[in-house]
Ligand binder design. Structure first.
Ligand SMILES: NC(=O)c1ccc[n+]([C@@H]2O[C@H](COP(=O)([O-])OP(=O)(O)OC[C@H]3O[C@@H](n4cnc5c(N)ncnc54)[C@H](OP(=O)(O)O)[C@@H]3O)[C@@H](O)[C@H]2O)c1
Length: 213
């Protein structure tokens, strides 16, 4: 598959590397400075399956557009890509901001970051996923033989299998969590991971898994 990954930081870089290496996908990073040492180093590390340019150039290339930008940069990045009608967007962001109690969600419960993304990308099929675990787990989602879980929320039932398969290529146990408004639950769920990682000594080397009777 041809993937546009907007942002080549911890999340974008890890996902691009894993998708190219594990599943042979072709990756085009959309970044503010494609010639930076950091981006060029990432391209060398991935090899021939990756290139970089502007977000608009990446979007023109990709069958799926993956958002891996800091929340404050996300609206600008989306608007820089022009018309996104009928495009598939996989939104990995969390609407994080510093508050009186430290890092928290800027919005939530009544509206989600995923739905804000849908508002900025009019006519696109937006999916929320890959926001509920740390970036290192996106490369190594299997813990002692147990796959950690990844939820996908989105409205477009025709496009959903493609998105589920793409995220599943990384090795997660996949769950269709329902429509995009379920991002209102997935973003606080991400905040729980962040809280345990940063404030409760869990660090980044763990993930959520499902168990069933
Ligand atoms: N880190 C995690 O473990 C984790 C896990 C799940 C979800 N998330 C979410 O994923 C998103 C990315 O997190 P991250 O940790 O990967 O952040 P990061 O390491 O700071 O990387 C962000 C990337 O976005 C790029 N960028 C900024 N503005 C841009 C624009 N207008 N157009 C294109 N690219 C732009 C940055 O480029 P420059 O460096 O050139 O500015 C950088 O490559 C955030 O919303 C975060 O909440 C993070």
């Amino acid at each position: 598959m041809k993937l546009a990954i907007i942002g080549a930081g911890d999340v974008g870089g890890t996902l691009g590397t894993a998708w190219a290496r594990k599943a042979g996908h072709d990756v085009f990073f959309g970044v503010t400075n494609p010639h930076s040492d950091k981006t060029q180093g990432l391209l060398r590390q991935i090899g021939g399956k990756a290139r970089a340019g502007t977000a608009a150039e990446a979007a023109a290339f990709g069958d799926v557009i993956v958002l891996a930008t800091p929340w404050p940069a996300t609206e600008t990045a989306i608007r820089s890509m022009g018309d996104l009608k009928r495009r598939i967007i996989l939104d990995c962001t969390n609407p994080l901001a510093m508050g009186p109690d430290g890092l928290g969600l800027e919005i939530g419960h009544g509206i989600s970051g995923g739905e804000k993304v849908q508002g900025w990308a009019a006519g696109a099929s937006v999916f929320k996923a890959l926001n509920t675990t740390g970036f290192k787990n996106m490369a190594e989602p299997v813990f002692g033989g147990v796959r950690s879980v990844m939820f996908v929320a989105g409205n477009d039932q025709a496009a959903k299998p493609k998105v589920m398969a793409l995220v599943g290529d990384l090795g997660f146990e996949m769950v269709d969590a329902g429509p995009l408004r379920v991002a209102r639950l997935l973003e606080p769920h991400a905040m729980l991971w962040i809280h345990l990682a940063l404030n409760k000594g869990f660090g980044g080397d763990w993930g959520f898994a499902l168990v069933r009777h």
